[in-house]
Design a protein around this ligand. Structure first.
Ligand SMILES: Cc1ncc(COP(=O)(O)O)c(C=O)c1O
Ligand SMILES: N[C@@H](CCOP(=O)(O)O)C(=O)O
Length: 398
């Protein structure tokens, strides 16, 4: 289907819409063949029941705070929408659905939370052992019930590779009713365009602003590109990466060279071959020239992540998480005089407490929710990064 385009009048009429109403209008063109308006209304009311405020950090720089959902990261938006869609489908399915999801930190927690106890759905989360934060790990591994966590000897790209291979495996697909909760599933990815629409409505000059998006698997920024294609007035995108900077390098050179994944302080962005790179090219009709008119790149390494967190906190009082810090630093470097900038603050800093304490050279108090979570018992199954092991485990546990 073609991307629906909202008129200026339609967008103006949404000016005072809350997140659920905005979600309804944006998702309706894509879902109207499968859900009645009443069903979609219930889904968006339940899914988008938290705020996404735009907060001023300093003169000309704003933070779109995406961490006010139940798992304290932006992944709640898509995961909660998808969970309710699949919950609807499961009502008329005779077979159990198995969701496979690879995570570098935040998708897994959001999906576990969104799908916990959803009837007819089993979730299998693959995460790289030792490469997610303690709090992220607890979010993935402590629910039990219909959620299973596989702790993989490898990196996120290994996890994502295993999941993709399973989808191509005819025997497994026949045996298990497989689906994905990563951004390759458009019902997980598309709702992420809602907060970009919300940004366009909250900030009058969003069309001229530079929008800095901390990026790893590139679902986030491509959802922004989708919102822009739907007609929402949004400025140019700055894709902000840690040392795993395959896309910023591509934007400089037109060469896509995948290098081994490097572990960084912004661990959720430790992705060396992002799933959404082809989607990004497709959204610009595979024209490199068109792409670089609208999108530029920025890379920040670990030491500068720490410096940015410390400096921003000292100068403005605002606490950046290690991912948001890369977006903020990108704006500081790339904003033109008098240009506004918005960075996406993609997770709550407490999810990365050891990094924050290193940066701030001080203890960070733990909010109650984090204390409670850290007391819970982890339960995971250790696994190699070999496909045969993964397949066996899936068959055994189904
Ligand atoms: C906190 C945080 N920031 C940024 C990203 C990168 O987002 P994306 O993978 O959509 O590019 C992630 C990964 O989901 C994340 O968890
Ligand atoms: N950074 C992500 C990686 C998976 O991205 P997705 O958008 O494809 O789910 C994470 O936190 O797991």
């Amino acid at each position: 289907m073609a991307i629906p385009r909202f008129s200026y009048d339609k967008i103006s009429a949404l000016e005072s819409a809350g997140l659920p109403e905005l979600g309804f209008e944006i998702m309706r063109p894509y879902t109207q063949d499968v859900f009645s308006d009443t069903t979609l209304e219930t889904i968006v009311q339940e899914a988008f029941n938290f705020e996404i405020p735009l907060v001023q950090v300093e003169a000309g720089i704003f933070s779109l705070e995406l961490f006010h959902g139940p798992t304290y990261a932006f992944k709640d938006v898509g995961a909660r929408f998808l969970a309710r869609c699949l919950g609807e489908f499961a009502k008329s399915e005779s077979r159990e659905t198995t969701i496979l999801v690879a995570t570098s930190g935040d998708t897994g927690g959001a999906v576990a939370n969104g799908f916990f106890n959803v009837e007819g759905v089993r979730v299998v989360i693959l995460y790289p052992s030792g490469k997610v934060s303690d709090l992220q790990e607890k979010q993935l591994t402590t629910l039990g019930g219909n959620i299973t966590a596989l702790e993989v000897e490898g990196d996120f790209d290994d996890c994502q590779g295993l999941v993709k291979q399973a989808f191509l495996d005819a025997e497994l697909s026949k045996k298990l009713n497989l689906t994905s909760a990563n951004s390759i599933n458009i019902a997980r990815w598309m709702p992420q365009s809602i907060y970009y629409a919300s940004l366009a409505l909250q900030e009058k000059n969003a069309a001229e602003a530079l929008i800095a998006v901390p990026s790893g698997n590139y679902g986030n920024v491509t959802a922004g590109m989708l919102a822009k294609r739907m007609g929402f007035p949004l400025g140019k995108f700055l894709v902000c990466s840690n040392a795993n900077d395959v896309v910023p390098r591509y934007l400089e050179s037109c060469e896509y060279e995948v290098l081994p994944t490097v572990a960084t302080y912004a661990n959720a962005m430790d992705v060396s071959n992002p799933s959404n790179f082809p989607r990004m090219l497709e959204l610009y009709d595979h024209s490199f020239d068109d792409l670089i008119q609208e999108v530029s790149g920025f890379t920040l390494h670990d030491e500068q992540i720490l410096e940015t967190i410390e400096q921003c906190h000292k100068e403005t009082g605002y606490l950046l998480d290690p991912h948001g810090a890369i977006g903020y630093a990108g704006l500081k470097k790339k904003l033109k005089i008098d240009q506004k900038g918005v960075f996406l603050e993609t997770a709550h800093p407490i999810k990365f407490r050891p990094v924050m304490e290193k940066a701030l050279r001080d203890k960070m108090p733990m909010p109650g929710f984090a204390k409670d979570l850290m007391l819970k018992q982890k339960s995971s199954i250790k696994m190699s990064n070999e496909y045969a092991d993964f397949k066996n485990l899936l068959k055994q546990t189904s």
